[in-house]
Design a protein around this ligand. Structure first.
Ligand code: AHM
Ligand code: MG
Length: 385
């Protein structure tokens, strides 16, 4: 006969001891309460464990994508899998640097200027070194391009073992946000080396549509890698306890229309007419329609991440001051345009598809508008008027 005073806990409900149970106000009550708590904790632990038995980590995802590619094409060798694993390690190391920056005194200016004449932060410098060293030693790359380096890095000229891929990257994008602890990120794009090439600038002066993979890692309230290998977009969140990025956003599809616009409107006095008119149209949409919300973080990774998940439009246009805007084509524009297109969105310069632009030099800039298909089409209608 079960003891009526032992009440099994039911999740979401309080267990109440029946009246008259012995020791309701004494030590027995305390031990029953303890038992109740222990049972509840055990039950939650069991449920959590059940959920964690089939984790899809980024490593597992990359391995199974590699296996799928090999089953369709026997020339696929698994080098991309190794490269993506190196990039994953790089993101973990940079995430660790970012998290510890304040206490380890990595905030501030390192005293150098990068190729665009901007001040480099200590974190920029460290992140760049981490990326270059790990990619040089990965054995999978022949050419590297970094926002922080004036020239291409040809791997075999640096004592590295050359591989099949070329990686273009911005090690830490959104530098103006570093000191304020606002989201920043690493952006990368990957080309396969040209047939017969031993590694040269020509391998990376190619339109973005020739990239074979691209992604970013955002360092915010959590660290998130968002990746495409040309087969949709998946998002992974770093689980620090497991030490792995875990699939949290499978098959990201950008909504076909959003209600957010994301531009640095402080530059409005320099904007060209189509952009001014478009911004007016989302702020004053006419009778019975709701205006769009403004969100602008000033870190491309964070602004694009939000746009991917919520929809809307992000733009950094050319204007009366800057012929091609501010953002860099190779390691900011192309990877983000690739991700947005793979998620079902549109990325344009206002004149043409971003992925069709032919780079002339590794640090070229590009005007860019990207996001939900219908929102970008609305913007384009002002360019075509
Ligand atoms: P950075 O590579 O020097 O960090 O600059 C790129 C960043 C992007 O992340 C962001 O979209 C843009 O600059 C913001 O520029 P602005 O401050 O002019 O709005
Ligand atoms: Mg940048």
């Amino acid at each position: 006969m079960p003891d009526p005073c032992v009440v099994a806990p039911v999740r979401g409900r309080h267990a109440v001891l029946p009246r008259g149970c012995a020791g309701a106000n004494g030590q027995t009550t305390l031990s029953r309460l303890m038992l109740f708590l222990l049972l509840t904790i055990f039950q939650i632990a069991m449920e959590t464990q059940q959920h964690q038995t089939d984790i899809i980590t980024l490593t597992r995802h990359v391995l199974s994508e590699g296996a799928r590619a090999r089953s369709q094409d026997e020339t696929v060798t698994g080098e991309m899998t190794l490269l993506l694993n190196s990039l994953q390690t790089i993101c973990k190391v940079i995430e660790n640097l970012v998290r510890k920056a304040r206490v380890n005194d990595l905030i501030g200016i390192a005293g150098n200027q990068n190729v665009q004449g901007e001040e480099q932060k200590k974190l920029d410098v460290y992140s760049n070194e981490v990326m270059i060293k790990l990619l040089l030693s990965s054995g999978q790359c022949s050419v590297l391009v970094s926002e922080e380096e004036d020239n291409v890095i040809v791997v075999k000229e640096h004592g590295g073992h050359p591989g099949k891929y070329c990686v273009v990257f911005d090690p830490l994008d959104g530098s103006s946000n570093i000191d304020a602890g606002v989201n920043i990120g690493t952006i990368f794009g990957i080309y396969r080396i040209l047939d017969g090439s031993e590694g040269s600038v020509k391998d990376v002066l190619r339109p973005g549509r020739e990239m074979v993979a691209a992604g970013y890692c955002m360092y915010g309230s959590s660290a998130n890698i968002v990746l495409t290998t040309g087969n949709g977009v998946n998002g992974f969140t770093l689980d620090n306890n497991v030490g792995e990025f875990v699939l949290t956003h499978p098959n990201i599809e950008i909504p076909s229309r959003g209600n957010i616009y994301s531009f640095n409107e402080g530059n409005s006095m320099y904007f060209h007419e189509p952009v001014i008119k478009y911004l007016e149209s989302v702020k004053f949409p006419g009778e019975g329609k709701k205006p769009y919300s403004a969100r602008y973080i000033g870190s491309m990774v964070a602004d694009v991440h939000r746009t991917l998940l919520y929809g809307g439009i992000f733009g950094y246009p050319s204007d009366k001051k800057t012929k091609n805007g501010k953002l860099r084509l190779l390691y900011e524009g192309f990877p983000m345009a690739f991700l947005i297109e793979q998620a079902g969105g549109v990325a344009t310069t206002g004149e043409k598809r971003v992925l069709d632009v032919e780079p002339q030099s590794i640090h070229d800039r590009v005007p860019i508008f990207l996001g939900s298909k219908e929102d970008v089409q609305d913007l384009l209608s002002f360019f075509h008027k």
